[in-house]
Design a binder for this molecule. Sequence first.
Ligand SMILES: NC(=O)c1ccc[n+]([C@@H]2O[C@H](COP(=O)([O-])OP(=O)(O)OC[C@H]3O[C@@H](n4cnc5c(N)ncnc54)[C@H](O)[C@@H]3O)[C@@H](O)[C@H]2O)c1
Length: 403
Amino acid sequence: MKALENPGNPAPATASRLRLGIAGFGTAGRSMLPAIAAHPGCELVAIADASHSLREEIGGALGAAVYPSLASMLDHRDLDAVYIATPTELHLEHVLLAVAAKKHVLVEKPMAENLQRAMAMAVAAEEAGLVCLVGHSHGYDMPVKAMRDLIVGGTLGRVRMVNTWCYSDWMHRPRRVDELDVRLGGGVTYRQGSHQFDILRLLCGGMVRSVRAKTFDWRAERRGIGAHMVFLDFEDGAAATAIYNGYGGFDSAALCFNIGESGFSQPPRTGPRPGADGPRMSVQEELRAKQERARNANWGPSPHPPFFGLTVVSCERGDIRQSPQGLTVYTDEGQRDIPLATDRSPRDLVLAELYDAISRKAPALHDARWGLANLEVCDAAIASSASGSEVLLRHQVRVRPGA
Ligand SMILES: NC(=O)c1ccc[n+]([C@@H]2O[C@H](COP(=O)([O-])OP(=O)(O)OC[C@H]3O[C@@H](n4cnc5c(N)ncnc54)[C@H](O)[C@@H]3O)[C@@H](O)[C@H]2O)c1
């Protein structure tokens, strides 16, 4: 394999591996470790995190150099790309720093707190000729890819209607304060809607014409947008809805064979709604609980495909939904199951897309313009709910052919 492309700081001619740094080693940052370990062309060389205690904890355990800031990590000698997994309000600053240091970038979703800031990232990366991908999102889940392949295959006719429902306890998981602040890209429309809108745009071709939405903030003990209903009208006449309720009552895993968003079986929740059991933790306690949860999460390959709630696709000649082993397709000829491999996690696919975009110059699906278009839907949903009107979109892009 030839040397990696790294403008301004060319990799040595012998280099065949993508040398990655992670900025922000929390829930998202840690989640990429199994994918990096599994990819034969990738190597984790550096980690930057502002938390002293976290840096002490990591020490040399992962075989990567550890830095207190992204700026200091960017001086690391052999670094090709940076995975930016810091809080959303830092993404712009961190993408600009990485791009100025001529590093390719994978930035977490949501790309930024608003469209203007996302635009600044996209333009900076494009002008520098660097790869900028926005991931991970559940758009990388294998069932979504398989649905997309079926739609593109054409036997089911045009996609006309897609509905996706996710009911979870997102609002009541341990959080940093900013994660619930809509001005900082917090709340379910930015944080979880960005997954849903990615899925819906992938399945319907990408070009959302307009958005009408209602967002909700109905629990006094946990302020922030906790639920939404979003209607997406696509340019070609297709339409989609995204329903999200993060208040922890009904769990959509009950509609999904009790399989959760990482593809593992989860027992049905029977206890009281979270948040119903008295006073909340202090900010510090909540942060510690969040770090503990991140340490224990399992992001590797799973026994089942991941279920980010239930998604049903309706095409002219049939419907598609996820099943415990893959997809079920309903047509005039009957019902059939399509099994899907689960040996590669969605994060394996994110990393593969990054690697291929850098080393093989492969066209990327989740590039900065795609991420920006997803964020435009988030912004529009919140604006539509505030104004009570339909919002027309201007920055949509099609699913890139060949990506
Ligand atoms: N794709 C997904 O499924 C997914 C899941 C979780 C989070 N996210 C996204 O990842 C981003 C981070 O969220 P999280 O839940 O991992 O947060 P987190 O709080 O778990 O982790 C953030 C980490 O960044 C560190 N940090 C803060 N400021 C920093 C700075 N200036 N320099 C270096 N490190 C700094 C913190 O110490 C912390 O360890 C958000 O944009 C979020 O939307 C995505």
